[in-house]
Design a protein around this ligand. Structure first.
Ligand SMILES: Cc1ncc(COP(=O)(O)O)c(C=O)c1O
Length: 494
């Protein structure tokens, strides 16, 4: 065995917990050698990883220490391992096996899953970031959150290794019921609340307990892509329903629809609020057709003036509305916490569905959020952010209405984290080109066409303001303006 006196590589600390499985009883050290060799050449063990001590590996495998030492000696003699005096044996600096063992892909996903796109995670890169859907993480009270999280890991806290209630931890359910009762007039108690991993899981669970594969579902079009893709991939027949300035056009819901998903507080992506008339029409439609409604009340916390319209949930007296809420915009998107306010008829089945999906949402996160709400930090943060977002909303709206008036038409809205503007004289392709160019110049935003689900796409831009500081908005929009001039949208076909 080659013995070195200085450790190699960069990662010395960890002992690789490598899996070795002995089936050949006649050549034990040969088998250990071959399995470690494969792990090294396939880069499952990386240069610098410390191999388990020969004594420990021998004990784990029930073989003599000589057997493991012989295997390590063979690896060392081939340069695949290096023994360092007093430190252990480390994986050597070897390249990957030129033709690593490739297992043929005998199993394939269903086509509906194979085609699901996953989002890009290059969030940090844009110099001027107008992508919608992100809250301003820089203004989140991180110090308070860290303190509340740390408390969850005290020996007496809820975060100790006992599994939690699938419905969510009691203090958080109570805090949510109190919050939606106060802020949104939703009549519910803690027992009606189910804590989920965001809206996305809420909708997954609700659809599973209500529908069978092949059942018909309807949602607003343009609308929220992740929900559309989820429902389609799970196997429902998903129809897009057009919207106008009052929201979803109820008369266009296809016959046979069993479940409708809507965003009445702030239509995604156009931004208008569903009118009271439409809300009542939708409830009436649901009761005539024995259907259910998922009300996604996202962004309702960030309403800037105007009289808020009651949630569908509050208007519903037949128990057909399932209200879902999210903490992704009001706290941090990365926490992945949301909730369902369920009609009593669904509560038990939803608890079961949540249990079977993932047992429960992370208990320490729930505990910290419960404290965050109960101690008033949540309400304070939302109040503060409402002012910040309102200022950004106004600033972007003003600039678009003045500087971009010949290219864009702002859709009036008074809530949320983004503004939508149509481009009446441009084509979808031209706007796609604008977005590409803008990205090349450090400005990130989304084309409106990205939100079209099943119907014809239309030209426009969706500009978020959660991620961009207020004092960078003007400069960012000025740069975007140059991209719009560049493709000369005036007079182009729609
Ligand atoms: C319409 C809509 N609903 C809900 C959410 C939040 O989803 P989640 O709670 O899964 O993060 C988003 C996020 O962008 C959204 O656009």
């Amino acid at each position: 065995m080659t013995i070195q006196t200085r450790p190699i590589g960069r990662r010395l600390a960890s002992v690789a917990d490598v899996h070795v499985n002995l089936t050949d009883h006649y050549d034990l050290s040969g088998e250990i050698y071959r399995q470690l060799r494969s792990a090294i050449l396939e880069l499952r063990l990386r240069p610098g990883d410390r191999l388990p001590p020969t004594r420990e590996l021998a004990r784990r495998l029930g073989v003599s220490r000589t057997t493991t030492s012989v295997a390590y000696d063979r690896l060392s003699s081939e340069g695949l391992a290096v023994a360092v005096r007093g430190a252990g044996t480390f994986v050597g600096q070897v390249g990957a096996m030129p033709s690593g063992r490739r297992v043929p892909a005998a199993v394939r996903p269903l086509p509906e899953w194979e085609s699901v796109p996953t989002p890009s995670f290059n969030w940090a890169k844009a110099e001027f970031d107008f992508r919608p859907g992100m809250p301003d993480a820089r203004l989140f009270p991180l110090r308070t959150w860290r303190r509340l999280m740390a408390a969850q890991f005290q020996p007496t806290a809820v975060g100790r290794g006992v599994n939690g209630d699938p419905a969510g931890c009691a203090p958080l359910r109570a805090a949510i019921a109190h919050h939606v009762g106060l802020a949104r007039g939703v009549r519910c108690g803690a027992d009606d609340i189910l804590v989920t991993n965001g809206t996305q899981q809420a909708i997954d669970l609700v659809s599973r307990v209500l529908l069978r594969p092949g059942d018909q579902v309807a949602l607003e079009d343009p609308g929220y892509g992740p929900v559309f893709m989820l429902l389609r991939a799970v196997g429902y027949k998903v129809n897009g329903v057009p919207v106008d300035s009052e929201g979803l056009i109820v008369d266009e819901i296809p016959a046979g629809t069993r479940l409708v998903y809507v965003t009445p507080a702030h239509q995604l992506p156009l931004g208008m609020t569903m009118s009271l008339r439409r809300r009542l029409a939708l409830l009436d439609w649901a009761s005539r057709n024995d259907a259910a409604i998922i009300e996604d009340d996202y962004d309702s916390e960030f309403r800037f003036g105007g009289r808020p319209i009651e949630p569908l949930h509050q208007l519903d007296d037949s128990g057909r509305v399932i209200y879902v809420g999210s903490f992704s915009k009001t706290t941090l998107a990365t926490l992945r916490l949301g909730f369902i306010v369920a009609p009593s008829s669904l509560v038990r089945a939803l608890h079961g569905a949540k249990f079977l999906a993932d047992w429960h949402s992370p208990v320490p996160l729930q505990g910290a959020l419960a404290e965050f709400i109960a101690a008033g930090h949540f309400a304070r943060h939302v109040r503060r952010m409402r002012l910040v977002y309102e200022a950004r909303h106004e600033l972007i709206g003003d600039i678009l209405r003045h500087r971009f008036s010949s290219q864009l038409e702002v859709i009036p809205s008074a809530a949320g984290l983004h503004i939508c503007a149509t481009a009446p004289t441009a084509s979808v392709d031209q706007i796609a080109e604008v977005v590409r160019r803008a990205a090349g110049m450090g400005v990130a935003c989304h084309p409106l066409a990205l939100f079209r689900l099943t119907r014809a796409r239309s030209a426009g831009l969706v500009l978020g303001y959660g991620a961009i500081p207020t004092d960078r908005i003007e400069a960012g929009l000025e740069r975007l303006h140059r991209c719009l001039i560049g493709v000369s949208v005036s007079g182009a076909p729609r």
